[in-house]
Design a protein around this ligand. Structure first.
Ligand SMILES: Cc1cc2nc3c(=O)[nH]c(=O)nc-3n(C[C@H](O)[C@H](O)[C@H](O)COP(=O)(O)OP(=O)(O)OC[C@H]3O[C@@H](n4cnc5c(N)ncnc54)[C@H](O)[C@@H]3O)c2cc1C
Length: 397
């Protein structure tokens, strides 16, 4: 005879950012919660986030910082549980943090501080976390409860929350489970792709730029739809750095991107002025004040950079400006889910309540966090979406 399923009020699949937040909130309401996860540790992505320092939110959060087929969907959750609410919790736990550029808030010490804070709150809410639980099947019983069968037995609850994240970094236990569950219950899924991901280059470009590996340059990166002004980073595989990761979420295969390597300088004016004051200085020396020399050689050419300013015409200044400020490159592709920070696409928001994250197809089923078709920019936005959507579901499950 099959063993009797363990009874609980709420089952949450995914013990990371959104799932733990939902568990904490629902636990506060006195609900009995079991969180299931196939990983051997809770919150693996929190631990690896922000280079180990977790960029847990941003001082400015707007719907414009998110990508979704329904750009209005995220507004309700983000306004009900804001960055200030999360910052309050961080301060209550005296987690040291600081602001980096563009309002990004990071832990001063380690990402583990954020995870420990969430786990302490879970403990207070008497949340039970069952790790190493492989989900085999999910059934919707006749009495409308959900039965989740796992390697650790069966669990039964009136509410089922899918907080299993996206596809990025399979090594960190990412899996398509959430999309499969959504499909099982008749949901539409927007096609998924890797977002916030480095670009790989065409073989010729890869060869040309390999000498620049490790160089970071503050740049304006754009396509026809959007622009970002942050660093780009040349790597041995291609292009990375915050501005590249940002534009990758707006990139279509085959499309070129524009890069201005000196976005805040009028190069022609700068060179003309220096030509009149220091005619004998070399181009390499004068532009070397603004950009790394190896980069100048690659973009402007060894012969030209060795010339002194008096031997260069104004026409050649505009040619140099064009090479540095209107660089157009057509990436070969992206590094894909192996290194992506986020998954674009996912469970169609039009079939979820923006207030509660409940499915409009089946009562008692909820989707929160990255599995939903809401993806944030780089800068703490993805965690804020996880906290906000998790919090909203936590009020009602
Ligand atoms: C390298 C990296 C750095 C990042 N840094 C930042 C940052 O600094 N700031 C920021 O805002 N965002 C950052 N992100 C994005 C952020 O980590 C995610 O958007 C966020 O963790 C999503 O939360 P989630 O709860 O939806 O999913 P996840 O955090 O991915 O959690 C999903 C959970 O579900 C579990 N799970 C998956 N499949 C199954 C299954 N089949 N059975 C059982 N359990 C399952 C997983 O083990 C995991 O614990 C980063 C992402 C990466 C990859």
């Amino acid at each position: 005879m099959p063993e009797k399923a363990t009874q609980t009020d709420v089952l949450i699949i995914g013990a990371s950012a959104s799932g733990l937040m939902c568990a904490i909130e629902a636990g506060k309401r006195g609900r009995k919660i079991i969180v299931l996860d196939h990983a051997n540790k809770a919150g693996k992505k929190i631990l690896m986030s922000g280079g180990g320092r977790c960029n847990f939110t941003n001082l400015t959060i707007n719907a414009e910082n998110f990508i979704s087929h329904n750009p209005h969907f995220c507004k309700s959750a983000l306004s009900r549980y804001t960055q200030w609410d999360f910052i309050n919790m961080v301060e209550k736990y005296q987690v040291p943090y600081h602001e980096r550029d563009l309002g990004k808030l990071f832990c001063l010490n380690r990402a583990k501080d954020i995870l420990n804070m969430l786990l302490s709150e879970c403990e207070k809410s008497r949340v039970e976390i069952r790790l190493r639980s492989e989900i085999t099947t999910i059934e919707h019983a006749e009495d409308s409860t959900y039965i989740v069968n796992t390697s650790q037995g069966s669990f039964q609850a009136t509410s089922l929350v899918i907080a299993s994240g996206g596809l990025s970094i399979p090594k960190m236990c990412a899996s398509p489970l959430g999309y499969k569950v959504a499909e099982q219950f008749g949901h539409h899924i927007w096609p998924t792709t890797a977002g916030l991901v480095p670009f790989t280059l065409q073989p010729d470009d890869k060869e040309k730029f390999k000498k620049l590996s490790g160089i970071a340059v503050y740049s304006l990166v754009s396509n026809e739809r959007i622009e970002f002004k942050e660093n780009i980073l040349f790597t041995h595989r291609g292009l990375s750095g915050p501005a590249i990761l940002q534009i990758s979420s707006y990139w279509q295969p085959g499309e070129a991107i524009n890069i201005n390597l000196l976005p805040d300088t009028d190069i022609e004016d700068f060179l003309k002025t220096r030509q009149s004051t220091q005619p004998k200085i070399t181009l390499k020396k004068v532009l070397g004040e603004l950009l790394p020399k190896q980069l100048l050689i690659t973009f402007v050419g060894q012969e030209t950079v060795e010339q002194d300013l008096q031997s260069l015409s104004h026409k050649s200044f505009s040619e140099i400006a064009r090479k540095l400020q209107q660089w157009q490159i057509r990436p070969n592709g992206t590094e894909g889910y192996r290194t992506a920070e986020v998954t674009l696409g996912g469970v169609d928001c039009d079939e979820l309540s923006s207030k509660t994250m409940e499915s409009s197809k089946v009562t008692g089923l909820y989707f929160i966090g990255e599995v939903v078709d809401v993806s944030g920019w780089l800068g703490g936005y993805n965690f804020q979406w996880a906290w906000s959507s998790g919090w909203c579901a936590g009020q009602v499950v």
